[in-house]
Design a protein around this ligand. Structure first.
Ligand code: CUA
Length: 160
């Protein structure tokens, strides 16, 4: 009978790899059952009508209540509309994002907002802007020749 010898260090690494897999599985289960959400898929939309039908035909900022804003934003090679957003400090902003053409993404600096913008889908993501200042956002999904110039700014103004 032949025996199969495994080096103790190798055994340790095999055990560690197994444990990491179990950890990842638990993390997936936790996100599924305890209300952590990835940037939300809100609804579907016909990408060929994004530029002609409301609300994305007239993208912009809508005040829902004092300190609460909705932003309808359209991504299209190689711009974000609106490209500049102004809100007062302390605002909670819900972004509705979609693309009129190819796959884009958005990352807003100094926030945890980081989402995909996909043709045919509306992504909904909410963030709070407490500190006044200029927050740049950029496309982080390669979308063609001028991908690197696709960016915009959010100006968070001091409350008067
Ligand atoms: Cu849009 Cu990269």
């Amino acid at each position: 009978m032949s025996s199969f010898r495994v080096d103790p260090y190798e055994k340790l690494w095999m055990l560690a790899s197994g444990l990491i897999l179990v950890l990842f599985l638990l993390a997936v289960a936790a996100t599924a059952f305890y209300g952590f959400h990835l940037p939300g898929h809100e609804t579907r939309i016909d990408p060929s009508r994004v530029a002609s039908d409301p609300p994305f035909a007239n993208p912009g900022v809508v005040e829902r209540a004092p300190g609460r804003y909705d932003v309808y934003m359209r991504a299209q090679v190689w711009t974000f509309s609106p490209g500049e957003i102004k809100i007062p400090a302390g605002s909670t902003v819900t972004f509705y994002l979609t693309s009129a053409d190819v796959q884009h993404g958005v990352l807003i600096e100094r926030t945890n907002i980081n989402a995909m913008i996909l043709p045919g889908h509306v992504t909904k993501i909410t963030g709070r802007f407490d500190k006044p200042g200029v927050y740049r956002f950029l496309c982080h999904e390669y979308c063609g020749a001028a991908h690197q110039i696709m960016f915009g700014t959010i100006v968070v103004e001091q409350r008067s």
